[in-house]
Design a protein around this ligand. Sequence first.
Ligand code: MF3
Ligand code: CO
Ligand code: CO
Length: 265
Amino acid sequence: MLQNLRKLQLTESQRDGMRRAGEFNAQLMDYVRPFVKPGISTEEIDRLVHEYTIRNKHQPATLGYLGYTKSCCTSVNDVICHGIPDSYVLKEGDIVNVDITSIVDGWHGDQSETFLVGTVSDEARAVTQCAFDAMHRAIAALEPGCTVSVIGDNVVAEATERGFSVVREYVGHGLGKRFHQYPNIPHVPDRKSRQERLLPGMCFTVEPMINVGTRFTKLDTTDNWTVRTKDGKLSAQFEHTVLMREDGPEILTQCPAGPKRGHRF
Ligand code: MF3
Ligand code: CO
Ligand code: CO
């Protein structure tokens, strides 16, 4: 297992490739953020993502990925993840996660934010805050050589303290030249994550999905992508791409204009 993980340790110049991908992806998120307002459709958001990426001569990673036909995912209210942009028009009170992945010179940057559309309910704000804080708590707890389960331990602690649940079926992942690669990064600790370690030079995502009600999910059988909460209650998610360094974690997708650790929604 350690041998497999060692293969994932990037050199300094490979790390710079990942830094450039993360930096571009974060700029793109900053570009999109002001447009996420009542009245915009999710496919208009997708078009903004697509055109900005192409204009800068990069590639949207999701376009054509396993048959997916859009340049980002837009997950509204009870949609947990992998919502497909369509003609739905965002309205006051919605929450929407926009998940964007770019390929820059072969390297991947992957991140998402949940946006509050206009004024939202206390519950919508609370679950969004919880997902954001859970992600940052997990990242801040990372040390070189720590087990992957440090992430799940911290996400579960944050959600439990606030009476919310953590999705298990969808997880974070290693990434680099490939979009989804070894190791899996579960947000609830399991046996494997208690053994696998995050070594210097590894890149991976932290992307907890937090539900107001039940943790259980249902996959939309008409499109085979959209994942919803089983009980129809709200779900929120944030995601960053992280590089583990010899001296601790570095967030590669921090937006200059975006919310930072400690932000209050
Ligand atoms: N960006 C998502 C993730 O965080 C994956 C989306 S794959 C898609 O891993 F095909 F649904 F777009
Ligand atoms: Co991801
Ligand atoms: Co993503």
